[in-house]
Design a protein around this ligand. Structure first.
Ligand SMILES: Cc1cc2nc3c(=O)[nH]c(=O)nc-3n(C[C@H](O)[C@H](O)[C@H](O)COP(=O)(O)O)c2cc1C
Length: 160
């Protein structure tokens, strides 16, 4: 079985998370981990699982992440298990800034819109969208988050 993990990343944290997810899936799948700029829609042919992850930037996925997904045809993910994740600031950091906290409550994070867009193209959601925490804007990841990402990936695997 084949899985692809597609990520965008400004400072490397989402890349590390994508690699941890790829590693966790590698027991069951032949896994390719690709930066969004390298991911080709042709690679979707014969794929069993597609995971897409983005840093949360201004409450959303990056433009490149959504361009990749929007380039997939309406039923392009039919028969493919899908999952979405993001990286994001910690709750403590967000709550320390009242304005940011207000907008986060309204607009949320990147993983949910990614997940919705994958399902809209026919993907079969294998687990709820998930966020993994970074320290500050540039990271590194909060301790234990890469392990949590691996566990999330293994939960996708069980659903597959
Ligand atoms: C322009 C910009 C906007 C950001 N907006 C948010 C945000 O709305 N919510 C949030 O939780 N984190 C936000 N962050 C923090 C990013 O989520 C963090 O930089 C990212 O998870 C790091 O992952 P990366 O190293 O893969 O880029 C923002 C970061 C940048 C650079």
């Amino acid at each position: 079985m084949r899985a692809m993990v597609v990520y965008d990343s400004a400072f490397g944290n989402t890349k590390l998370t994508a690699e941890a997810i790829g590693e966790a899936l590698s027991g069951e799948y032949e896994v390719a981990v690709k930066h969004v700029s390298e991911a080709r829609n042709s690679a979707l042919t014969g794929l069993d699982m597609l995971i897409v992850g983005s840093p949360t930037q201004r409450f959303r996925p990056t433009v490149a992440t959504m361009e990749f997904i929007n380039g997939i045809s309406d039923h392009g993910l039919a028969g493919i298990k899908v999952g979405a994740f993001d990286t994001r600031l910690t709750v403590e950091e967000i709550e320390a800034n009242a304005v940011l906290a207000f907008f986060v409550r309204i607009f949320g994070y990147a993983a949910k819109p990614i997940s919705k867009a994958l399902v809209a193209r026919g993907g079969q959601l294998a687990a709820p969208p998930e966020g993994f925490f970074v320290q500050g804007m540039e990271g590194p990841m909060v301790d234990g988050e890469l392990e949590r990402a691996g566990a999330w990936a293994r939960s996708l695997n069980q659903a597959a």
